[in-house]
Design a protein around this ligand. Structure first.
Ligand code: XMP
Length: 305
């Protein structure tokens, strides 16, 4: 980015002008995009910005606690909506349908909470690649276009709409956000649901949440991937003790990318892969097999659904 400070000044002015005297809500996920947006918003309008964090039950391990403490000195509202999401997802197996169900549920919960605040404006952390993929109809991102928002917001403010992810990270650094947020890997809007093939259940999400945490612990600091994660891709035969059993197959994925539009796998050392495998199979009951995905994007996507 040419001039980060100039961008920040402009964004703060844009938010202040657009907001006028109104209250503004935004969905805060704890990712770098929404965190930067929250920081810009708070700088622009202080307490009149109300970030809303919806715990969908599909978030990473420890995420809700992390977000709550990091944004404790803002006007943050934390909403526990996990039951609603699991209920809505019961029996849904089609990937696009899952995204739609989650997106719609998210909007409904967000609308309900936003109404309670009396806010009339919406701040969104949409970045450039989100817009391109959504406009191209590649998949339905839940944070952009196409979703029915019932609240009549007077306006939507999208200060990051022309930025790529690496530029957003530069802004995060300039705003003085913690390194943990600056370097945060992207996390999909529909959360861990796109890392479970087929129907989403609490049991599957618990397993994939633990597996994701192990993969992050083993890889993030040493390899700084664009993204690394675990996905639950099916059931297969395994053996524990003398017993042959059906166990979950976990795929591990770690990729390099500039903007998520294309990606290459990381060539990880066998010792690292082996450590991840041992941890996942010994720490998570029910997992009998771990595989490493070495496919580029294209032809594969980064996420599994
Ligand atoms: P795919 O799987 O399409 O993902 O190669 C490209 C990048 O986008 C992230 N991703 C999402 N981000 N809402 C988001 O905000 C979504 O619905 C969504 N789906 C995928 C993915 O993690 C990767 O960084």
């Amino acid at each position: 980015m040419v001039n980060v400070e100039k961008f920040i000044d402009q964004a703060v002015r844009e938010i202040r002008d657009a907001a006028g005297d109104e209250k503004v809500v935004m969905a805060l996920s704890g990712g770098v995009d929404s965190s930067v947006c929250a920081a810009l918003g708070a700088r622009a309008i202080g307490d009149r910005l109300i970030p809303i964090y919806v715990d969908t039950g599909l978030m990473r391990k420890g995420e809700t606690g992390r977000v709550s403490s990091l944004f404790a000195d803002t006007n943050l509202r934390v909403v526990d909506a996990a039951d609603e999401f699991f209920e809505a997802l019961a029996g849904v197996t089609d990937p696009e349908e899952k995204r739609k169900v989650i997106g719609e549920k998210f909007i409904r919960v967000f609308e309900r909470e936003a109404k309670r605040t009396g806010a009339t404006m919406l701040l969104q952390g949409t970045i450039y690649p989100d817009r391109i993929e959504s406009e191209g109809g590649i998949k339905s991102h839940h944070n952009v276009g196409g979703m029915p928002l019932k609240i009549d917001f007077k306006g939507v403010i999208e200060p990051l709409a022309d930025l790529y992810k690496d530029e957003v990270r530069e802004v995060a650094a300039a705003l003085g956000l913690p390194a943990e947020i600056q370097h945060r890997m992207p996390f999909p809007g529909p959360g861990l649901a796109v890392r479970v093939l087929g129907e989403v259940t609490r049991e599957k999400i618990e397993i994939v949440r633990e597996a994701n945490a192990i993969v992050e612990e083993c890889l993030v600091e040493d390899f700084r991937p664009w993204q690394c994660f675990a996905a639950l891709i099916g059931l297969g035969t395994g053996v524990k003790g003398d017993v042959r059993l059906h166990g979950w197959i976990v795929a591990v994925r770690a990729v390099r990318s500039r903007d998520g539009m294309t990606a290459e796998p990381l060539y990880l050392p066998y010792e690292t892969l082996s450590r991840i495998t041992t941890r996942i199979t010994s720490e998570i009951p029910g997992v009998s097999r771990v595989v490493y995905d070495v496919t580029s994007k294209p032809p594969a996507t980064i996420e599994y659904e």
